[in-house]
Write a protein that binds this ligand. Structure first.
Ligand SMILES: Nc1ncnc2c1ncn2[C@@H]1O[C@H](COP(=O)(O)OP(=O)(O)OP(=O)(O)O)[C@@H](O)[C@H]1O
Ligand SMILES: [Mg+2]
Length: 351
């Protein structure tokens, strides 16, 4: 059994994964309510919350599943908020020493890479390797608050990053858009809810980089365009037209995501055998439908991470450590370092 710890941002999470039976348990303490009133994550508060909550979460995990079967500890070692990561890594080191089992570091994005396959494993754990092999090469889209990237997972389970965002991540664009509209945090789900009763074509927002064949994303234009539009409207008009604004804004973000995914599939010239979607924005129902339609067009199986494995969670960290042992950082053992930067250069290099 692999015991995983995750604390890259504002969720304290623990998961126990058994490759034969699946998850023995997953435990999360979310800090969203605490950060909500500040309109975003406050790193210092997040660090203190991790310090407060890892102990009780681990105690609960131990009382519910026992740690006798644990054969490895996996911990998110980056990217993320440095002090937050350090709490998880310190706790993981203590556990590894106590249980006398090896410790490995897992890149958070590698967790997102593997999260859509957790459901494939859950259906038939014993057949996972054979089923996975039939789904590779795989094209995946990671859409979160910190990243937006397309990657290929080849038959040898190697990850190649094909493109990323040149400015904001898709989730960040939704959160910033929501802030401009006077909505709360995180903005993605709030925009999705309001968009349900609005018209997607009420306003025309830019769709990022339009150049044919270009796979990189850009979301700063759509955000600026919303800002200029709101400045020209009266507050009463903005609030009366909130559903239309949300529906049109969300559609611009989703169109860009779907269009680049389609371009990457086309550039693969038939080599991809499955399509995946992961990260917090993968919760968005319209996005899931749009990508499912892209996959359907090419008759490819489509896998979206399940809701509990979209945002920050330890389940995907445990699963990545198991499914992709070559991708973990095990060399340093208890000297495991924290990789603090969330920058894309480091992310692409690390993957
Ligand atoms: N239903 C939804 N529709 C659209 N966006 C959503 C939805 N649910 C969550 N999000 C967005 O997902 C983002 C959070 O995702 P996640 O927790 O994976 O990001 P992160 O941890 O900040 O980034 P990373 O994992 O890349 O470091 C937020 O921007 C949030 O608005
Ligand atoms: Mg995250």
């Amino acid at each position: 059994m692999i015991l995983a710890l995750e604390s890259s941002c504002d969720e304290t999470a623990v998961a126990a994964f058994d490759p034969v039976r699946g998850f023995a348990g997953e435990w999360v303490h979310s800090q969203i309510a605490l950060h909500e009133r500040h309109g975003g994550v406050v790193p210092d508060l997040a660090t203190r919350e991790h310090l407060r909550h890892f102990g009780p979460l681990l105690a609960r995990a131990k009382s519910e599943v026992g740690f006798d079967q644990v054969s490895q500890i996996a911990v998110t070692s980056g990217p993320g908020l440095a002090a937050c990561l350090a709490i998880g890594v310190a706790a993981a080191k203590a556990l590894a020493l106590d249980l006398r089992v090896p410790l490995v570091g897992v890149n958070h994005l590698r967790g997102h890479v593997w999260s859509p396959f957790i459901a494939v494993h859950a259906e038939a754990p014993a057949d996972f390797d054979a089923r996975l092999q039939a789904l590779l090469p795989h094209l995946g889209l990671i859409v979160s608050g910190g990243n937006t990237l397309l990657f290929a997972l080849d038959a040898a389970r190697r990850v190649t990053v094909l493109s990323s965002t040149r400015d904001d991540a898709a989730g960040e664009a939704l959160d910033k858009g929501a802030k401009l509209l006077g909505l709360g945090y995180p903005g993605g789900p709030l925009i999705e809810q309001l968009a349900l009763t609005g018209r997607r074509d009420a306003f025309d927002f830019p769709r990022g980089i339009g150049r044919r064949g270009e796979l990189d994303f850009s979301f700063s234009g759509v955000k600026t365009s919303l800002r200029y539009l709101i400045e020209k409207m009266s507050p009463a008009d903005v609030s009366a037209r909130l559903p239309d604004l949300c529906a049109s804004y969300q559609q611009a973000v989703l169109d860009a995501l779907a269009r680049k995914t389609r371009a990457a599939l086309e550039q693969g010239e038939g080599k991809y055998r499955s399509l995946g979607l992961s990260g917090g924005v993968a919760n968005n129902r319209a996005l899931r439908a749009a990508l499912a339609a892209e996959a359907q067009r090419l008759r490819l199986p489509f896998f979206a991470a399940q809701p509990q494995h979209t945002g920050d969670n330890a389940g995907m960290i445990a699963f990545a450590a198991w499914a992709d042992p070559a991708g973990v950082d095990g060399s340093a053992g208890l000297g495991l370092r924290v990789e603090p930067s969330a920058g894309l250069v480091q992310v692409t290099g690390y993957l």
